[in-house]
Design a protein. Structure first.
Length: 502
């Protein structure tokens, strides 16, 4: 009814008299600069876009909850994990990594799998992927790696040479490359893929004892992937297919869910494990550290406004709660800096005040003040310094992470066992994949690597050969390369310090 209609106002609350006709001198114009509504409207429109994320630009999200299903209090004091049956509101965002905001959901790419837990002790973020490992394990390599997965500086095109040049000179990437070029590199939807915390994290309990953990979010919709032909078709048919699928499934009330598992390692086991447990290019074998189910994540509510709830959502692996902390994983340590810094650039220094990023079950009391877009009362007239004798918030030493030993020579230290880099990729190829998976893997690789120049094909084929002789030989044959030459290069490839010279 007309009476229920709200007045259309300017951004400052003044009622707008007409939004169809600009103010002009006579019916033909010119425009009058005193049409302040027009000036405000055009000015705001010009600023509608914020910088897109430099990685994970294209994404979709939904709200839901995490429910605890097992007692983990002997490992962690985190309150949101303290009781079987306890539920915590979550926001999950799924994404591709390398493409721009308008790119197709069906691209071959890892998928981001980020979850924000709105806990009573503050927000806890898991910024994972749909793969348990990563291409590199030192953050110093990250900007270069991402450059090679984006556009060539001269042609502004995706470039197979730079894509494979970097990877073949970075042999520790072989495990992730093998997963990416399996059909899991093109998941059918965001609902049909697993999520992994990828890094090793620390859990500590009330007694100050700590453990190392890895998270696995196992899809309850079942794993489903596109073949490369299906993915190619979908990119043209519906570039937003996974965004659409998630939105519509949640709207239909299907409540997509993931079983949450953890692997737990003691400090003693970490010292003795045959792989470096903090190397993000490696998994912990399930037979060595069996995953245990601890909870369930259910998504049951779409965002009302995509920009407010998903585009402005800012996840950071540095957002811990008491009971959870970092491991020495170098990539994780680099991300502890990079995410917060990226959000300050993209959303401004007060991005944590935006409704989607504000804690929902915990208060915020500190001495941060001012800055661009200081929303709310900015602390009112309460003290803006610490210590003070005017009743300002006090730190609480009871939440401190237990002390831990660090030692070693300060230097630009490489990983000590780079020759392990090929084994787990080989195991995936030999032990986990079916014959059909292996056929698809080799076809997916040759279809892409075949576009790079020959010397790069040779060097990369040698890396595959190093993981598994049959794997490398099949890639070489698919590319019409000399298998003997590939084997010779493989013998010279010895992990992340050495570079085959093709
Ligand atoms: P298992 O042999 O016990 O299980 C195989 C795992 O591999 C399952 O978790 C399965 O996921 C997953 N998987 C199957 N196909 C692919 C694929 N194309 N890409 C990525 N993952 C896939 O594992 P192990 O612990 O003995 O490790 C063997 C190899 O399995 C590892 O080298 C690693 O490559 C891979 N893997 C291991 C994981 C771990 O945390 N240990 C996690 C994921 C992969 P699902 O059960 O959902 O089908």
């Amino acid at each position: 009814m007309a009476d229920d209609k709200k007045n259309y106002t300017t951004g400052f609350g003044a009622t707008v008299d007409d939004d169809q006709n600009s103010k002009t001198a006579g019916s033909t114009g010119p425009l009058l600069i005193q049409d302040t509504h027009l000036l405000e409207k055009l000015g705001h429109f010009n600023r509608e876009r914020i910088p897109e994320r430099v990685v994970h630009a294209k994404g979709a999200g939904a709200y839901g909850y995490f429910e605890v299903t097992a007692d983990v209090t002997r490992y962690t004091r985190a309150k949101f994990l303290s009781e079987i049956g306890k539920r915590t509101e979550v926001l999950a965002r799924f994404s591709t990594v390398g493409g721009e905001k308008g790119s197709a959901d069906a691209e071959r790419d890892p998928r981001g799998f980020a979850v924000k837990f709105y806990t009573e002790e503050g927000n806890y973020d898991m910024t994972g992927n749909n793969t348990p490992v990563f291409f590199i394990r030192d953050p110093l390599k990250f900007p270069d790696f991402i450059h090679t997965q984006k556009r060539h500086p001269g042609t502004n095109l995706k470039d197979p040479d730079m894509f494979w040049d970097f990877l073949s000179l970075t042999p520790e990437s072989i495990h992730q490359v093998t997963i990416l070029f399996s059909d899991r590199g093109t998941p059918r939807t965001f609902r049909n893929m697993n999520g992994y915390g990828s890094h090793t994290f620390k859990w500590y309990n009330e007694n100050g004892e700590y453990y190392w953990v890895k998270y696995h979010f196992k899809t309850e919709q079942g794993i489903q992937n596109f073949t490369r032909d299906e993915a190619t078709v979908m990119k043209g048919q519906d570039p937003d297919h996974a965004t659409r699928d998630l939105y519509e499934a949640v709207k239909r009330g299907e409540n997509p869910s993931w079983r949450v598992e953890v692997q737990v390692m003691t400090q003693g086991q970490a010292r003795e494990y045959r792989f470096n447990p903090f190397d993000v290019t490696k998994v912990w074998f399930h037979s060595d550290f069996p995953p245990v189910t601890i909870g369930k994540m259910v998504l049951n509510r779409n965002a009302k406004n995509y920009f407010a709830d998903v585009e402005q959502a800012a996840f950071s692996p540095a957002n811990f709660v008491p009971g959870i902390g970092a491991s020495p994983d170098k990539m994780l340590q680099g991300r502890l800096f990079a995410y917060h810094d990226a959000h300050i650039h993209r959303l401004g220094p007060n991005y944590h005040l935006l409704p989607v990023n504000r804690p929902r079950a915990a208060g915020v009391n500190n001495y941060q003040r001012d800055g661009l877009m200081a929303l709310g009362d900015n602390g009112g007239d309460s003290p803006n310094y610490y210590p003070n004798s005017f009743g300002g918030p006090e730190p609480s030493s009871g939440v401190a992470e237990p002390p831990f030993e660090v030692s070693g020579q300060a230097a630009r230290n490489p990983y000590v066992h780079p020759n392990d880099d090929f084994f787990q990729a080989g195991e995936l190829y030999r032990r986990v994949m079916t014959a059909e998976d292996r056929d698809h893997l080799v076809g997916n690789i040759t279809g892409h690597l075949g576009n790079a120049r020959k010397r790069i094909q040779l060097r990369q084929a040698a890396v595959f050969y190093k993981a598994d002789a049959e794997y490398g030989s099949r890639v070489a044959e698919g590319l019409a390369l000399d298998v003997k030459e590939v084997k010779r290069l493989a013998d010279m490839t010895t992990g992340d310090r050495a570079k085959a010279t093709a």
